[in-house]
Each structure stands twice: as structure tokens, then as C-alpha cells.
Ligand binder design. Structure first.
Ligand SMILES: [Zn+2]
Length: 87
């Protein structure tokens, strides 16, 4: 069982290990995109906001329910979206 880093979180950029064999046989996992479930929730909210499914107010309310610790260190494109939503 290897623990090499083969994925990088789309929110914070942290490298992590996720099982490619599981993905290959179609087991869907949030680990395909992010290192933590919390970051996956943030990713989901930003996507919904970007595609107009959530308006700014709705997105802000949902982000406020997430652990936003260290968001100032998230990837630049993510930071731009978060500051837009929180403004
Ligand atoms: Zn992350």
C-alpha cells in the first residue's frame, strides 16, 4: 500500500494520496478533488456560485457553515472567488 502523493487539492493545493484503482472502477470519492471533506464542500459551493446555481447571498450563507480556517492561503483563483462571495 503506497501513500505517495498523487492528487493536489483544488482548494488549498495540498498534495495527498487517493486510490486511483478505486476511481478506475468507478467508486466516486470526493478525494478525487480535495484533501478534506470540508474543502470538498467549499469546492461544491464555489462551483454552484460560479455556474449561477447559488447567488452570492446563498453562497455566503453556505460558506459560513464551513470551516474556512486558512482560506487566505488557498489557491489564488479560489481566494478570488471567496473574497467576491464574502464581500
Ligand atoms: Zn484542501
Amino acid at each position: 500500500m503506497t501513500t505517495k502523493l498523487n492528487h493536489w487539492c483544488v482548494i488549498c493545493g495540498t498534495g495527498y494520496h487517493s486510490c486511483d484503482s478505486c476511481e478506475a472502477i468507478g467508486i466516486y470519492s470526493w478525494k478525487k478533488h480535495t484533501d478534506t471533506l470540508n474543502h470538498y464542500q467549499i469546492y461544491f459551493i464555489i462551483n454552484d456560485y460560479t455556474y449561477g446555481i447559488l447567488n452570492k447571498k446563498q453562497a455566503r450563507e453556505k460558506l459560513n457553515q464551513c470551516d474556512m480556517t486558512g482560506w487566505e492561503q488557498f489557491l489564488p483563483n479560489v481566494r478570488v472567488k471567496i473574497s467576491e462571495i464574502l464581500s
